[in-house]
Each structure stands twice: as structure tokens, then as C-alpha cells.
Design a protein. Structure first.
Length: 204
């Protein structure tokens, strides 16, 4: 059973749709375009929180206040350097080479906007990838999977074979930390199928 959560997802990400579907939340998709360029001196955690909030605000503005707007952003960090989506196959291979045999951090922020009410929360995880050879990196890049992923790999896809250890949120590494997302929905009085009757619909 899917409970109507009156939610707008300000993202075109199929991973985020899949995760909301997983927990039975009803939503409408409204992709938005915001500036995702890191600001000089901006800390990675502040960066993902800002971008997630900008997406949620843009989503709210687009739907004329009809639906609460949810925005999210995920970034991969290696030695405090932000690794975004690769711009070419060569960039993807280089990114994977730098992550090979090392532990990196994944920051995933989720924001919710409803009128003047705004909140953003952050999930932080650590992921260790095994050592990858040049040939298997090349084969993985050739599948095309790394090209629209921060850090050039998908933990929920073929890239899972490289993941040696995860400490934190699996869904957060995918792009939408579900524990934090559901807590945020509850805070805004928006229920999910498992909490229907526990969360007062439309609570302030």
C-alpha cells in the first residue's frame, strides 16, 4: 500500500526515485537546475547541504506551494577533495584509479522545504574499495555505469564488486539516506506506509 505523502522530488535521479519507491512514498518528480559549483573555501559537508537546500527551494518555487519539496545531493571525498561525476571515460578511469585500495568518504544531504519551513540533514559514510587493476577498471568504464555517478561508481550496480567495506548508510551512498529522509518527513508531519496513523497528516 502506498500512502500519499504529498511530496515533490526535486531530482531526475533514478536512484532517488527507486529509494522512495522502496519505502512506499508517493511523490511527483520535478527536476531542477541549480548551480552545483563548489564555492571557494567551502567545506564539503557545507557544499552538499547547500546544494540539497537549493534544489528543495527550487522545487518548492516551481510547484506553487502545492507539495513539500525534497532535494538531495551526494558527493564523494578523497583526502578532502570533492570527486564529482566524471566528464569523460578517461576521467572516470583516473577517478577509479585514485579510489583503488583506499577508503573514501561519502556525504549525502537531504533537504525539505514547505513554505517558510526549511530543514536539511546530513549523512556521512565511509567506503573502502579493493585494489582494482587497470584492465578491470577499463572494462567497468566501458559499461557506461560510472559516467553519471559521483566518484565514478555505483554501489547498487556493477560497482558493488569493488566495495570491500561500508561504514554508514548504504542508501546514503546511493544518493538518498533513507533513515534521515524518513525522520525529516516525520518532522514535517508527512507519513509513510509504515507510520500511517503515527504521524499526523499535515502536522505543522
Amino acid at each position: 500500500m502506498v500512502f500519499d505523502a504529498r511530496l515533490l522530488l526535486a531530482s531526475a535521479s533514478p536512484r532517488r526515485r527507486e529509494l522512495l519507491d522502496q519505502i512506499g512514498v508517493s511523490y511527483r518528480v520535478e527536476p531542477v537546475d541549480v548551480d552545483e559549483t563548489p564555492r571557494p573555501g567551502e567545506r564539503p559537508a557545507d557544499y552538499v547541504r547547500r546544494v540539497a537546500m537549493d534544489k528543495a527551494r527550487a522545487g518548492w518555487a516551481r510547484n506553487n506551494g502545492e507539495l513539500a519539496a525534497l532535494g538531495a545531493d551526494t558527493t564523494v571525498l578523497l583526502d578532502d577533495e570533492i570527486l564529482g561525476k566524471p566528464v569523460s571515460s578517461a576521467a572516470a578511469a583516473a577517478m577509479l584509479g585514485s579510489l583503488s585500495g583506499r577508503t573514501h568518504q561519502v556525504c549525502s544531504a537531504v533537504a525539505l522545504v514547505q513554505g517558510t519551513r526549511e530543514r536539511v540533514v546530513l549523512s556521512e559514510s565511509r567506503v573502502s574499495l579493493r585494489v582494482m587493476g587497470e584492465e578491470e577498471i577499463a572494462r567497468y568504464v566501458a559499461t557506461g555505469e560510472p559516467m553519471d555517478k559521483a566518484g565514478a561508481y555505483a554501489i547498487q550496480g556493477l560497482g558493488a564488486v569493488f566495495v570491500a567495506h561500508l561504514s554508514g548508510s548504504y542508501s546514503g551512498v546511493m544518493g538518498l539516506p533513507l533513515y534521515e529522509t524518513v525522520a525529516l518527513l516525520h518532522e514535517f508531519g508527512i507519513g509513510t506506509p509504515l507510520t500511517r496513523g503515527q504521524v499526523r497528516d499535515g502536522a505543522a
